[in-house]
Write a protein that binds this ligand. Structure first.
Ligand code: TRP
Ligand code: SF4
Length: 417
């Protein structure tokens, strides 16, 4: 398999350094530094990488149109492991982004074998969580969205089996519906631009979803009718597969241009403004004019027991609707970065960076950086002991869960199945 990442594996095992060097994911610091106020997931280096996020940062800063889009596979109840993406989506909506969330029921049905009814039920829970966290925007179930499915079919014209086997390791045994669910995810990511016109779009995902992002970026590019080349004193608008009326429209829009069989040359023009105008013409003539979508990648919080967080290891996480007594057991029984004895802890201090309890606070339970830093220092210098620290953490979790439940109940009516 090309990248060694399989998005359908239950335990994604991803070499982040290799993704950066081999697959062109950029470290996030520089681009996030241009944000006027960076959210915790950037400040705390939870989001580690991105592709092309700069366009979205510009749109945030200049208050121009952009989208944030993601999807959830409704294959079980939502849990702690889903919270980061949800927060990222909500934050982008708060920054002025148009929000889009897909419930990937085609994928859950085709790949995980869930019934449509189960997909409905779980999907509802994800949407409730999102609205409870402050989401506004467009949500849909893939199976019910006709325009999405048509877009998936159009996208599928540009996807062939060798792409699928190179990117995902698909073989002769892979079902057609699984391949179709990939085309549907490509369509999910392009859907905001189908509905609202070309605009920068960010897809916040875990790094395991990068194969889908790479494929979608490639397909978005292939679905464009034109490429614009800057050859110094001449800007050349080349048709990739534009109908001839669209090439005529380009020639008409630029006085002094020369129309050839498959391209239009424009002397003395500025490449960026030509590109933007050509994109608008493409849309006006019936094309998509997609802006290649961007992505951000967050790292995964380790499970409460150490090791991977996964719904198949029930002690590694908690579900949002789990009885609070069970959640307490999990938090109080979590692995820590503490020492074997009290005496050792006083002397050497704990190891917060290796501690799932600390990471739970860092990812989700403490908003204030100063408070987090105080815990970190107290842990490092041995003045905080793990028992007390876990107890305080559980109190925060309890508070979060009861507040979350209240909000879910209050917005439940917004979720229309
Ligand atoms: N494949 C994703 C998952 O397994 C779900 C998904 C569907 C998605 N459509 C999407 C993610 C669009 C990001 C963007 O969780
Ligand atoms: Fe983790 Fe808290 Fe113990 Fe430090 S004191 S190792 S942060 S549980």
């Amino acid at each position: 398999m090309e990248s060694g990442i399989n998005p359908w594996s239950s335990t994604p095992d991803v070499d982040i350094a290799r993704l950066f060097t081999d697959f062109g994911i950029e470290p996030v610091e520089e681009v996030a530094g241009a944000l006027e106020s960076a959210p915790a997931f950037f400040r705390r280096k939870i989001v580690v990488g991105h592709r092309d996020y700069g366009g979205v940062v510009n749109a945030i800063n200049s208050k121009t149109h952009f989208n944030v889009m993601t999807g959830f596979m409704p294959s079980g109840h939502p849990h702690l492991g889903h919270l980061m993406v949800m927060r990222e989506v909500v934050w982008h909506v708060e920054q002025g982004g148009s929000g889009y969330v897909a419930i990937a029921d085609r994928e859950a049905h085709a790949v995980r074998g869930l019934s449509w009814d189960a997909c409905k039920k779980y999907g509802r829970e994800y949407l409730e969580c999102l609205y409870a966290l402050g989401f506004t925007g467009t949500t849909y179930y893939q199976s019910e969205n006709e325009r999405l499915k048509d877009l998936a079919f159009e996208a599928a014209i540009r996807i062939n089996f060798s792409d699928l086997s190179a990117i995902y390791g698909f073989s002769q045994e892979t079902s057609l519906a699984h391949a179709d669910s990939v085309a549907t995810q490509v369509a999910d990511i392009l859907y905001p631009q189908l509905m609202g016109g070309p605009a920068p779009t960010v897809v916040p995902v875990g790094i395991d979803q990068d194969p889908h992002i790479r494929l979608t970026r490639d397909i978005a590019h292939k679905m464009r009718w034109f490429t614009v080349l800057d050859s110094g004193d001449l800007i050349s608008v080349r048709s990739k597969n534009a109908p001839s009326h669209a090439l005529d429209a380009v020639a008409d829009a630029f006085p002094g241009s020369r129309r050839y069989e498959g391209h239009v040359d424009i002397p003395g023009a500025d490449c960026i403004s030509v590109s933007e105008k050509v994109r608008a013409l493409e849309v006006a003539e019936g094309g998509y004019g997609f802006i290649t979508p961007s992505s951000t990648y967050h790292s995964f919080m380790q499970g409460l027991q150490g090791g991977k967080m996964s719904s198949s290891v029930s002690d590694s996480l908690f579900w949002f609707d789990e009885p609070v007594a069970d959640v307490k057991k999990k938090v109080m029984g979590a692995l820590t970065g503490g020492r074997m004895t009290k005496e050792e802890q006083f002397r050497l201090g704990g190891e917060p960076d290796k501690c799932p309890v600390y990471l739970l606070n860092l990812f989700h339970m403490i908003e204030d950086d100063t408070e987090l830093l105080e815990i970190r220092s107290a842990c490092l210098c041995g003045s905080l002991l793990c028992g007390a620290c876990k107890k305080a953490t559980f109190e925060r979790v309890k508070e979060f869960l009861s507040d979350f439940k209240e909000r879910r109940d209050a917005i439940s009516h917004k979720v229309v199945v």
